[in-house]
Structure formats: structure tokens, C-alpha cells
Design a protein around this ligand. Structure first.
Ligand SMILES: [Cu+2]
Length: 677
């Protein structure tokens, strides 16, 4: 309800684009219950009597004419029946081609079913036979794209092994076997002797990992746009921008912990930071550990030289201002479309213009890092954390990898013409004042407060079940970054009624050496905090906007048991349940919106940029989007309403700060202080 209420309030506050909530009817509640049952204890056989009855009575192979793609359905269910696909209990790895192709078959089986009953029966039949990792991934992507507003439970409660340590799981087993409910503290995986431990709360945050895995479900690199009929607008650009923002956020966390910016990885240099996940897959295999200063190794199917070759081709194309498609035709990257083309070929996604030539730098770099300690598979080690989107950000090497990718895009952006003063100016509009105010009465203007607080999540799904051992309440407790809610108060004078866009950014005032840097040096470290459309009236406007309405973040996800209780209560008529048809699972967790401050306070520049909505924003696509996480997660299934390049106006070089000295851009200094809690 809190979320529902917040959305309603936020919709009133911004007066426009936010998704409207609808009261759930019985049909929706039953669907939501089905989703919950289909994500419960996926590593165990089906327990639910209704689903068991479906398994007994329904075989998709006997009903092929009900499907629009019977060939795929037939091939898929015959393959799992005959044991030709991954077995249950094995580790599903999206980066492994054979696993991915199997998963895509299941996804296509589910995705093309429009009728819910058929979808449900087919999903239950697949759940019984399919590898649980494959099933969860394919089912999740299918549910997200059904656009009914169905909620998936948070992934850390579906596969806790991917989000916590072996020690926590071991204690959870003990609690269950002794039948004593437990709250188990989960610590980050290093020790204070490791400087990286100081920022582990960021990369190891369960909400961060959930966001990252959901981003890659919303924008899968394997998505076949034409075949699926669902466009992935500016996917390559969004791929760059979301990861660019994570890299900038990580650097600001480092600064607040007195650590230098992360260095990009380099194929000829050692990977400086090691990583020990201290985690185990559900099937007992240990996630591989990596000591400090390991060098990249050739894999049996991919060499370090291949990677350098791909990098050289990409950089050559960036310098030349064009890429070569698979017919060796030149495609210019000198316009605003360039970043999208490059993002697609760096990832690479199915939209890459020439995957054979440019390779798949990002995906293969994930594999190189994941397998660096057992490059030839001599020891049969399973994939490392870098080979799953739900675990990758835990490893500091993730940010090295993305800094490296990010620098390639920077090389490209640095070649584009800077925005002129005329382009940045909005005549007749001036931002007179900007301040931020914490929600508590005692708060000081322009002083924001961060702190750490406990967060709990359910571990039931980590454990096997038996009729003889009942479930007891077992939760993990983890410290997570949070901040006091705050409000921006922006005073804007306008000479006429206008529709405008406000873009709010934050950047550390000083670099690691304590120097104040130029706007051009700062621009790549700028963090986006919010982006929204507003109506200006003639004269003075005082705009108040809550940090909770940010277009970057989503509220903490409801736990599995909470969603289940709410739905069951609604079915029993004891409460109302609201559906957000535009619900997004992708989005930075609300607690991570602003970087941690220093205990003594850390200075930041808060920059507000007001531009014309008529020129910059598509009203139609803004209304249909869920602006909860528009900045990182785009507009699912449709066009991104922001017509400007992502990161605008900080995406291009700023050789002279003069162009930014316009009345519609205002910079204010604020302080972020971290306090004990
Ligand atoms: Cu990613």
C-alpha cells in the first residue's frame, strides 16, 4: 500500500506521466498468485496441488494447434522430455550459447501466448521439466513483456544463493533443521584489510544486483526486435548510459571513502583487485575466487588477442567516424545516433551492425573475467560472478570493465561538436534559486544526510523442503545505504506559459586530490538524479519535487511473503490491491539515489538544467512510460520520450564553461553527510 500511496501522491505532485493505478479484479489476483506459485522454491519439485494437477493432465505436445508457433513449442518440449536440454540442478549461464538458445526457445514458447490460461498451463509444464535457472529467466522476461502489471518477487528471495554467502545459507539450514526461526546477519565478502571492502556496500547491495539483473531482462542482448514485434528503442545507448551512470556512482562512493577513481581494465595489465565471493551455487559448486593481480588468460575458445583485435576495430571506427556493417557499407556515427550504434556493437546485442567484425567486447569481457582462474576448464570450475547479471556488480572488476567500455564511448563523444550557448539556452526562462531540504524538521537546507540501515529478506527459497520438516521463518539481515528523503525547491522565472523539462544532476565538487576540476573534467562523473516535465506559468514558479519521485530509482521491492499476503487478503476481500500496469522491476534502489557522504560532510555540485519540453520531450511517450525509472531503464516496449541524447547536456565536451553560463542552468553547492545510525 505504501508504494501505491506514493505513486498516487507523486502523480498528483507531477500532474502527469506517472502510471495510474487500477484496483485489481479477481482475474488479476489469480494471475498474480500464479506468478508467485511459479517462482516458489524453484530448485525443488512442484509442491502446489493445482500445479501438480496441471502437470498430470496437460501436455503441450498434445495441444500444438493451440500455439501460434507450434514448431518451437514442439521442439522445446520434446527436447526437455528427451533430456537434450540442461538438466534441473545444473548452473544456467546466459553467456553460454547452448544454454541461451535453450532458454530462448522456452521464452519464445511463452512470449507468443496471449491467452493467460494457455500461458499458465504451458509455464507449469515447463516449470516441471526445465532447468530452474533457465525457467526463471525465460518466465521473468515473458512476464515483464506481458504488460499486465504482474509483479515478480525480488530475485534475492527466489535464488538467495546468488545474493548471499555460503555462511548465511549454512546458518539458514541449521535454523531449519533445528526448527528455530532466525535472522542471520550477512556481511560483505572482504575484510577491512581490503580497501575495496569500503565500497562493497554499493556493488554487493542486493537491490543493486536486482536492478542490474532486471535491466538485462528488460533489454536483453539476444532480443529479436523484428521477430518479437516489440522494439527496444535506443537499447545500445541505454546500455551505455545505465552502465556509465553506475560507474560514475561507484566513483563517487569511492571518493566518499577516500579511494581513487576506478581504473579501466587493460588486456595487458593485471586485474589489480581480486575478489572472493564466499558463495556457493545451490548445487554445491563454489563460485571461483580471484586473487589480486591476476593477468588475463587465453580461454580455449577466445584469446586475449581476439579481445584486443575487437577493441582496435572499434577504436579505429570511432576515430574514423563510421562503422562498417556486415556488407562493408559505412554507417556514420557522427550524429546523435552514433552512441546507439556503438552501444549495440560493444555489448554486443542482436542489433549490432556487424558482430563478426566487431565481436562482442562486453559480453566476452565478462566471460574472460569470469574464467580467469580456470581458463582452460582444467579444474571444472563453474562460472564466476561476472557471468551472471545478478551477481556481477559484486566484483570490483565489474566497474573496471565498465570504465573501459565507458571510455570507448567517451572517445566517440569527445569527437562530437560541443553544445553551443544558443543550443543550451532557453530564452525567457531563468532558474533563480535551487535548494534541497531534508524531510525532517531539524534538517538544514542544502545538507543531505545518508546513513546505513538494516534490510531483511526471506531465505526460505534457499532451502530444500520436506513434508517432515516444516518451514520456519528465516531471514537474512544486511546493512544498506539509505538517505533522508528530501525535496528540491527550484525557483524559476518564466516570461510566458511553457512546458519544460527539468534535469537534475549531482557531481562531487573536488576530485580525489582535493582539486576543483573544470566542468569538462567533471562532466563524465556527473550523476543523474531526476528528470521530469513541468508546466511553467508566466512569472515566478516555485517547483517542489520529492526525492522519492526520482526518475532514476524505484522503491525497495516488496518481499515474496508480503506480496503473497496482500494478494491473499485481497482474494478474501479483506483489502484492496492495486495494479500498476507500468510496474518496473528495473531501477536503482531508492536508497542509492545519492552517494554516501563523509562523516564530516562532502561537497557536491547540484546542477539543474531547464529546457523546453516541446523541443526535448515527446508528451505522448512520456505519458505512456513509467517515469519511475525512465532515466536508467527507458520506456519498455516503446519510444524513449527524451529526444535528447542520454546524459544531455553533459554527454559532449565542454571546452569552455561559457556555453553553460545561461540563465536556465543553475549550479548550487550542497553537502552530503553520512551519520551513524
Ligand atoms: Cu550490465
Amino acid at each position: 500500500m505504501k508504494f501505491a500511496l506514493l505513486v498516487v501522491l507523486a502523480a498528483v505532485a507531477t500532474g502527469s506521466a506517472l502510471a495510474k493505478l487500477e484496483k485489481a479484479d479477481e482475474a488479476f489476483l489469480n494471475k498474480q498468485l500464479a506468478v508467485l506459485k511459479l517462482t516458489w522454491r524453484l530448485s525443488s519439485p512442484i509442491e502446489d496441488p493445482d500445479q501438480l494437477a496441471i502437470v498430470q493432465s496437460y501436455n503441450p505436445l498434445d495441444h500444438l494447434s493451440d500455439y501460434t508457433n507450434p514448431e518451437t513449442v514442439k521442439h522445446y518440449f520434446e527436447a526437455v522430455r528427451d533430456g537434450r536440454h540442461q538438466k534441473r540442478g545444473e548452473i544456467f549461464n546466459l553467456f553460454e550459447r547452448s544454454h541461451r538458445l535453450q532458454m530462448i526457445e522456452l521464452f519464445e514458447t511463452l512470449f507468443f501466448i496471449k491467452d493467460w490460461d494457455l500461458f499458465y498451463k504451458t509455464a507449469v509444464a515447463a516449470r516441471e521439466l526445465t532447468n530452474e535457472g533457465q525457467f526463471f529467466y525465460a518466465f521473468s522476461v515473458a512476464i515483464i513483456h506481458r504488460e499486465e502489471g504482474l509483479q515478480l518477487p525480488p530475485p534475492y528471495e527466489i535464488f538467495p544463493h546468488m545474493f548471499t554467502t555460503s555462511e548465511v545459507v549454512r546458518q539458514a539450514y541449521r535454523a531449519k533443521m533445528t526448527q528455530i526461526p532466525a535472522i542471520i546477519s550477512m556481511n560483505f565478502t572482504g575484510t577491512i584489510r581490503n580497501p575495496e571492502q569500503k565500497v562493497s556496500y554499493f556493488g554487493e547491495d542486493i537491490g543493486m544486483n536486482a536492478h542490474h539483473s532486471h535491466w538485462h531482462m528488460d533489454w536483453p542482448f539476444w532480443w529479436k526486435e523484428a521477430e518479437y514485434g516489440v522494439p527496444k528503442d535506443r537499447k545500445g545507448e541505454l546500455f551505455w548510459y545505465m552502465h556509465h551512470q553506475l560507474a560514475a556512482r561507484f566513483d563517487s562512493e569511492r571518493l566518499s571513502n577516500n579511494l581513487a577513481d576506478v581504473e579501466p581494465l587493460h588486456w595487458d595489465k593485471p586485474i589489480v583487485e581480486g575478489f572472493v565471493p564466499k558463495a556457493q551455487y545451490k548445487n554445491g559448486f563454489e563460485f571461483p575466487s580471484r586473487p589480486d593481480n591476476i593477468k588475463f588468460q587465453d580461454l580455449s575458445f577466445l584469446s586475449v588477442n581476439d579481445m584486443k583485435q575487437y577493441e582496435r576495430r572499434i577504436r579505429k571506427s570511432i576515430a574514423a567516424g563510421f562503422v562498417l556493417d556486415d556488407h562493408w557499407e559505412k554507417i556514420s556515427i557522427n550524429g546523435t545516433e552514433g552512441v546507439n550504434i556503438l552501444g549495440n556493437l560493444i555489448e554486443s546485442s542482436a542489433n549490432s551492425v556487424n558482430p563478426n567484425y566487431y565481436g562482442s567486447l562486453h559480453n566476452k569481457a565478462h566471460i574472460m573475467l569470469s574464467r580467469v582462474t580456470d581458463p582452460l576448464g582444467k579444474f571444472g570450475m563453474p562460472p564466476g560472478v561476472m557471468e551472471h547479471f545478478s551477481t556481477a556488480t559484486r566484483d570490483p572488476a565489474f566497474f573496471r570493465l565498465h570504465k573501459y567500455m565507458d571510455n570507448l564511448i567517451k572517445e566517440h563523444k569527445d569527437l562530437l561538436p560541443p553544445y553551443t550557448r544558443g543550443e543550451l539556452e532557453l530564452p525567457g526562462v531563468s532558474v533563480e534559486a535551487v535548494k534541497v531540504i531534508g524531510k525532517s524538521k531539524a534538517s538544514t537546507p542544502n545538507l543531505l544526510v545518508t546513513y546505513f540501515q538494516d534490510f531483511y529478506f526471506d531465505l526460505t527459497n534457499a532451502l530444500d523442503s520436506s513434508k517432515n520438516v516444516r518451514d520456519v521463518d528465516i531471514q537474512a539481515k544486511v546493512r544498506r545505504l539509505a538517505h533522508e528523503e528530501f525535496e528540491y525547491v527550484i525557483t524559476v522565472n518564466s516570461d510566458a506559459e511553457k512546458s519544460a523539462v527539468a534535469r537534475i544532476f549531482l557531481a562531487p565538487k573536488l576530485n580525489y586530490y582535493g582539486e576543483e576540476v573544470t566542468l569538462d573534467q567533471l562532466r563524465w562523473e556527473v550523476i543523474e538524479l531526476d528528470k521530469f516535465v513541468l508546466k511553467l506559468k508566466n512569472g515566478q514558479n516555485v517547483i517542489r519535487r520529492s526525492s522519492e519521485s526520482s526518475s532514476v530509482t524505484i522503491p525497495d521491492r516488496k518481499g515474496y511473503k508480503q506480496i503473497l499476503k496482500e494478494v491473499n487478503d485481497a482474494v478474501a476481500g479483506n483489502r484492496e490491491y492495486y495494479v500498476d500496469k507500468k510496474v518496473r522491476h528495473c531501477g536503482l534502489p531508492e536508497g542509492l539515489l545519492i552517494p554516501k557522504g563523509k562523516p564530516e560532510g562532502m561537497k557536491f555540485k547540484l546542477m539543474v538544467v531547464i529546457t523546453s519540453a516541446d523541443e526535448d520531450f515527446s508528451a505522448e511517450h512520456y505519458v505512456e512510460s513509467n517515469d519511475n525509472s525512465l532515466s536508467y531503464c527507458g520506456n519498455l516496449g516503446s519510444v524513449n520520450p527524451d529526444k535528447r541524447p542520454l546524459g544531455y547536456p553533459f554527454d559532449r565536451p565542454i571546452p569552455c564553461g561559457d556555453s553553460f553560463r545561461v540563465n536556465n542552468i543553475k549550479t548550487t553547492e550542497i553537502t552530503i553527510q553520512n551519520v551513524p545510525n
